[in-house]
Write a protein that binds this ligand. Sequence first.
Ligand SMILES: Nc1ncnc2c1ncn2[C@@H]1O[C@H](COP(=O)(O)OP(=O)(O)OP(=O)(O)O)[C@@H](O)[C@H]1O
Ligand SMILES: [Mg+2]
Length: 511
Amino acid sequence: MLKHTTLPMPPPLLQLRLLSKAYPGVRALAEISLDLLPGEVHALVGENGAGKSTLGRIVCGLTHSDSGQMLLRGQPYSPASRPDARRLGVGMVMQELNLIPTLTVAENVFLSRMPRRLGFIDYATINSQTRQILHMLGLVDIEPDRMIASLGVGQQQMVEIADVLSRKCDVLILDEPTAALTGRETDLLFKQIRRLKSEGVAIVYISHRMEEIKRIADRITVLRDGKWIATHQAAGISIDEVIRLMVGRELGEASSRKRTPGPVALRVENLRRGNVVRDVSFQVHRGEILGFAGLMGSGRTETMRLIFAADRRDAGHVYLHGSSTPARIRSPRDAVRAGIALLTEDRKQQGLLLPMPIRANITLPKMSAVAPVAGWISGGKERTAAHRYARVLSVRARSTEQSVVELSGGNQQKVIVARWLYRDCDILIFDEPTRGIDVGAKFEIYHLLSDLAEQGKAIVVVSSDLQELMAISDRIAVMSAGRLAAIFPRGQWTQDSIMAAALSGYRAAAV
Ligand SMILES: Nc1ncnc2c1ncn2[C@@H]1O[C@H](COP(=O)(O)OP(=O)(O)OP(=O)(O)O)[C@@H](O)[C@H]1O
Ligand SMILES: [Mg+2]
């Protein structure tokens, strides 16, 4: 690890001086000063709503600060727009995906710089150049002519990263780039980050994943409530200390109290869809949290979507509450009626009504993805409930009347979680529920899940965070290459045994 204290400091590439930014009712940034050195990975951490994305957006020209100034290579820097910043060598991978789902991978990558030949898009060129860009990142299994919508969120995220990395830049901001990625993709990204670092690029790395920050960061800056709290050499500070600085208080342990599961709430038999889900059978009891581990693309999300009838299954049945006749679930609407909730991994598809207030988003009576959104009743009861869940999840907002579009990414995620809690279903399926959620709020969600289980709900949690699964689950199911490879009861799993099960299906296929 580089020790800046013993080496002469290179002149900063980017200097932020007393940047401030206010939105109605909130000080998103308050007099932030920061130097970015060439060849450093500078982690920016803080709770949801601390101001990290706002800082990134100012640097990459998406928004302006109210006061303060920036210097790039010693010169005054005030980008008028994102393309303007890009021309000056400042790029950003945004927290929210910005791809157009109905275009292909290559079309998205070349959207702003489409080579045309006689007025037609030169597909041969953009496809082959996109392939090169993807290969550079090690993404050999994504075809340039695939429609974006047909890719998983993780792959979409990688396409977006590839797009930004394919343009030369000196300052790169990565806003939660790995939120949707698991092991292999994250490794590929880190390889690129190391390469860029060695080329002298200054990188701002925004993440809620402390173990990544420990792995990749040279320095760490902590923001809290829009204020600068501290900047440390990564080597000189522990994760616990960073978290303490972030939240300004001590956190409890994730509760893994011993629960006694009740009767079976959900039984899934031989669920199948193509090669993606192959004869998956399992059951979940009332009062139980069943975790789902596996690599990205192992079929976990797909399995949950089949239970919920968000996709058509080729075969298999779902039984509810000990019934011996299969449940008639033909659409997500049927599923909701049968008391099943699915919180999907992609919050954009969850149909958050961005301009609407938090309250309406939580109390929406219908799934907007499948039903027209109209005619909710906004009585005092809804208001109280919305308020309660927003508080339980510590959604940071002026009030539940604030519109969702104004919330930070993590707080939008909490609104979705709150919506499903409000629905009061018996069977709750959460796909990556804590993605993009800060450490403090994560613990609140763990406690909440545990409380819900204790109230007799059956809970399924898909997560790529193994620590998280091991902390909250009563049993962990492991999927591999579309099959259920193993189910471990609490006390009988180790990180290694789970990883081995997660890889088992691919090893078998390779032989
Ligand atoms: N367009 C906007 N209008 C009103 N308020 C906004 C707007 N954008 C951001 N904010 C507010 O500014 C504050 C900082 O938000 P920001 O998105 O920078 O947080 P963050 O640190 O990136 O959080 P997260 O970890 O959840 O992504 C929040 O209180 C947020 O609600
Ligand atoms: Mg953010």
